[in-house]
Design a protein around this ligand. Structure first.
Ligand SMILES: Cc1ncc(COP(=O)(O)O)c(C=O)c1O
Length: 377
């Protein structure tokens, strides 16, 4: 594969999917490799360096190189889902090891950590002081950050928490799914790993389930993660890899447009008499706003939540009256979605029952607002 070595901006490299050209055909969209196995030479070696697709499918090459570029990382690994990527990081710890994770975070990962992981996990608020108190020097192995965090959008100071964690001898991994590489580069702020549910913004079209990890450096820990992925087997198929690359070509314009609409909607909804509160890091009233201004560059993401005056029933009824917004889980696609999160997250959730989560897509922002207004009236 001919590679583009020019030092271009991430936007340019993303649009051209790194400018890779297939040497055999000169195709600008590289071919899909579907083979699960690779021929061994007569001298018993694997001349192309590959033996079996679970460990080293060529389908991984382009999405991994592109994601590593987007995060300014040394290397990336793609997975079958965001959960496969996240749990792989925790599976490298031994049963009983201590980890620190946010109280407000993607609920399925919190659920697994609390109930099934066999790890000793301390769940904390997003403040740096809470991380400081939870860290046990020499014992804490991993600090997990999600920022902005689902579904209240708490913002965590990656730089400060990474410095504390490193002093205590722990690694730092950041779920940057909602921030996206467009707005935040956790590795540049000191994190060791970045995780994405690539199902969301990286793919962006609600038609692929995938995940990714990116490393700041290629060390023995990263090599162990790579081996563990092959052992656990949570890999994406070649078609998912192809769709993921196709989605990432438009990452920057999609995410910037959606985030601009999210800010516009947050400002308009804040003034609506039937909305009790709007949670969005881009609003000056939001508790994490100043930190978000420092840590997020060029936008605050395209996720917001609204608390509906009238409580849970009013929130569910509001969602039911929406025509344009789709009532569905997930986020980060080109179509706007609405969800009553408390119904999904169950009794342990920190999510208020009057809250609706909005994933803003790339539709006309006036259409999106008009639909909310008709549903509120
Ligand atoms: C912030 C965040 N992290 C992780 C995940 C898990 O990703 P996946 O559904 O791709 O396994 C999700 C899914 O909703 C998410 O929103």
């Amino acid at each position: 594969m001919q590679k583009n070595d020019n030092a271009c901006s991430p936007e340019t490299l993303a649009a051209q999917a790194l400018g890779w050209i297939d040497e055999q055909t000169r195709a600008v969209v590289p071919p899909l490799h579907v083979s699960t196995t690779f021929e061994r030479a007569a001298d018993n070696s694997f001349q192309a360096g590959r033996s079996y697709a679970r460990a080293d499918s060529p389908a991984f090459n382009q999405p991994e190189a592109l994601i590593a570029m987007l995060e300014d990382g040394a290397d990336a690994l793609v997975f079958a889902s965001g959960m496969a990527a996240a749990t792989c990081v925790f599976h490298l710890l031994a049963p009983g090891d201590h980890a620190v994770a946010p109280r407000v975070m993607y609920w399925a990962l919190r659920d697994w950590l609390a109930k099934s992981s066999q790890l000793d996990v301390t769940f904390v608020d997003a403040e740096v002081e809470a991380f400081r108190q939870a860290l046990i020097p020499g014992r804490t192995r991993l600090v997990w950050i999600e920022t902005p965090a689902n579904p209240l959008w708490d913002v965590t100071d990656i730089e400060a928490v990474s410095a504390l964690a490193h002093r205590a001898g722990a690694r730092v991994a950041v779920d940057s799914t909602v921030a996206t590489p467009v707005f935040t580069r956790p590795l540049a702020l000191g994190a060791d790993l970045v995780m994405h549910s690539a199902t969301k913004y990286l793919n962006g079209h609600s038609d692929v389930v995938a995940g990714a990890l990116v490393a700041r450096e290629i060390d023995s820990h990263w090599q162990r993660l790579k081996t563990l992925r092959a052992h656990l087997g949570g890999i994406p198929g070649p078609f998912e890899c192809y769709l993921l690359v196709r989605g990432m070509r438009t990452l920057f314009p999609r995410v910037r447009l959606a985030a601009a609409s999210a800010l516009e909607l947050a400002q308009r909804l804040q003034a609506h008499p039937k909305i009790a509160q709007v949670l969005y890091p881009g609003l000056p009233e939001f508790p994490g706003h100043e930190l978000a201004v420092r840590q997020m560059h060029g936008g605050f993401g395209a996720m917001l939540s609204i608390r509906v005056g009238g409580g849970e029933n009013a929130a569910i009824a509001l969602a039911a009256r929406l025509r344009l917004w789709k009532r569905a889980t997930s986020l980060g696609g080109v179509e706007s979605l609405v969800e009553h999160r408390a119904s999904v997250e169950g009794p342990d959730s920190p999510c208020p029952r009057d809250l609706l989560r909005l994933s803003v897509g790339i539709e006309n922002v006036d259409d999106l607002y008009a639909d909310l207004v008709q549903a509120l009236s």
